[in-house]
Design a protein around this ligand. Structure first.
Ligand code: PMP
Length: 437
């Protein structure tokens, strides 16, 4: 056993067909820029920014140095009842990028924790304002909000829910927005604005004053890479506002430049009441999540008696000094290198390259926005088999990492991507699609 050839017995891998994996393990050993190196010494193009998180590319020495320096200086400090400067500093820097009045930040350690925190903030907000009857949530089919019980309850992916008993009570789901009439749309699809009006039906069914919040991903990722139809998010915003329902955007994947602005909310010009993030916040280097809340939400919590803790919630590692140091160094890079804007510069080339795959065998749909792309396939005899085959072929033959969810291949490369990398990514996909026909 060596570090490049470990025993695979003890580690139970998350979200993995563990038995299948052990037959032919895919193991990565190091990473730099746009590439991983596998344990067998191959250079693998990172078409996924790790898991939608390494937006500034791998091996950023500014981040590793900041992390090393912070561990040496102060490895840990609590943020319950006592604090340290770094999360204050990071929060101040972050809110310069958020839209509207999203000026307050609650730190978590992951996207799942951010989702559950956001749901609890929504409930706490209504409670503080004397509307404790607002306990319902509305999520969406195919929505993904992590794996906490709150997240899987408002999420709409069957596999995440089916084996796990009762969910949070009082949750309803809107339809997803993947429509056959929108196939091969570039950017935002034209059809489907009417799907937002379904929210009015849900409100009519339950009573608007029983609903705490609607939670959606501006662009769904894990549920299959689904773009919002033109005007859809604006319409959802109008309806929620009309009924005093909070709107939560889960920007765990769309945050930090993925769609060409700091957040998808900025790009779409729609400000939610609460916005959740993680991943790109520290470039994936140290686990950290953040929930941004509007001033009006925060203010409601601050109205209570002063001697009472305003929000009975938090994690040992909320605002962890090492994570905060990583976050600050990451933000330095994003800002200095203009990486959020860079996405917009590359968007068109990425789009046209992806759509060049349109006529290959079994391609059912191609979707893209910013540096997010997806190719969906007509299923083979077993659903998910073709997607998995393309993924495997890309990895072993094309030296390229893409992500498969069922028969959909998702791509979300680091924002430092160059045209030559896009060519390599699409070439690997083309070969893998032909080989999987
Ligand atoms: N929300 C969304 C939209 C996500 O894509 C993810 C992770 N892929 C999460 C929440 C959960 O994040 P984590 O895995 O960090 O808990």
């Amino acid at each position: 056993m060596s570090s490049n050839n470990p025993s695979l017995d003890a580690f139970w891998m998350p979200f993995t067909a563990n038995r299948q994996f052990k037959g032919k393990p895919r193991l990565l050993a190091s990473a730099e820029g746009m590439y991983y190196t596998s344990v067998d010494g191959r250079s693998i193009l990172d078409g996924t920014a790790g898991l939608w998180c390494v937006n500034a590319g791998h091996g950023r020495s500014e981040i590793s140095q900041a992390v090393a320096k912070q561990i040496a200086k102060m490895d840990f400090a609590p943020t319950f009842q006592i604090g340290h400067p770094l999360p204050f500093e990071l929060a101040e820097r972050l809110v310069k990028h958020t839209p509207g009045n999203l000026n307050k930040v609650f730190f978590t350690n992951s996207g799942s924790e951010s989702a559950d925190t956001a749901l609890k903030i929504a409930l706490g907000y209504h409670h503080a304002r004397g509307q404790a009857q607002r306990t319902r949530f509305i999520g969406r089919e195919r929505g993904y909000h992590g794996v906490g019980f709150g997240g899987i309850s408002v999420g709409g992916i069957g596999n995440n829910r089916r084996s796990f008993g009762n969910m949070l009570a009082g949750v309803d789901h809107l339809k997803h927005t993947l429509l056959p009439e929108n196939v091969f749309s570039k950017g935002l699809p034209e059809q489907g604005l009417w799907l937002a009006d379904e929210l009015e039906q849900r409100i009519a069914l339950h009573g608007g004053d029983t609903i705490a919040a609607v939670i959606i991903e501006p662009v769904s990722g894990s549920g299959g890479v689904i773009m919002p139809p033109e005007g859809y998010l604006q319409r959802i915003r109008e309806i929620t506002q009309k009924h005093g329902i909070l709107l939560i955007f889960d920007e765990v994947i769309t945050g930090f430049g993925r769609v060409g602005k700091a957040f998808a909310s900025n790009r779409f010009g729609v400000t939610p009441d609460i916005l959740t993030t993680a991943k790109g916040l520290t470039n994936g280097a140290i686990p950290m999540g953040a929930v941004f809340v509007g001033d009006h939400i925060h203010e409601a919590f601050m109205q209570g008696p002063e001697e009472v803790i305003d929000f009975f919630h938090g994690y040992t590692y909320s605002g962890h000094p090492v994570a905060a140091a990583a976050g600050l160094a990451t933000l330095d890079i994003y800002e200095r290198d203009g990486l959020f804007e860079r996405t917009l510069e590359m968007e068109n080339y990425f789009q046209e390259a992806l759509h060049s795959l349109k006529d290959l065998p079994n391609v059912k749909d191609i979707r893209n926005l910013g540096l997010i792309g997806a190719v969906e396939f007509h299923p083979a005899e077993k659903v998910g088999k073709r997607g998995y085959s393309v993924f495997e072929h890309c990895f072993w033959e094309g030296n390229t990492l893409v992500r498969c969810t069922g028969d959909i291949i998702a791509m979300s490369p680091p924002l430092i991507i160059e045209k030559t990398h896009i060519d390599q990514l699409v070439d690997a996909m083309a070969k893998a699609i032909r080989a999987s026909a």
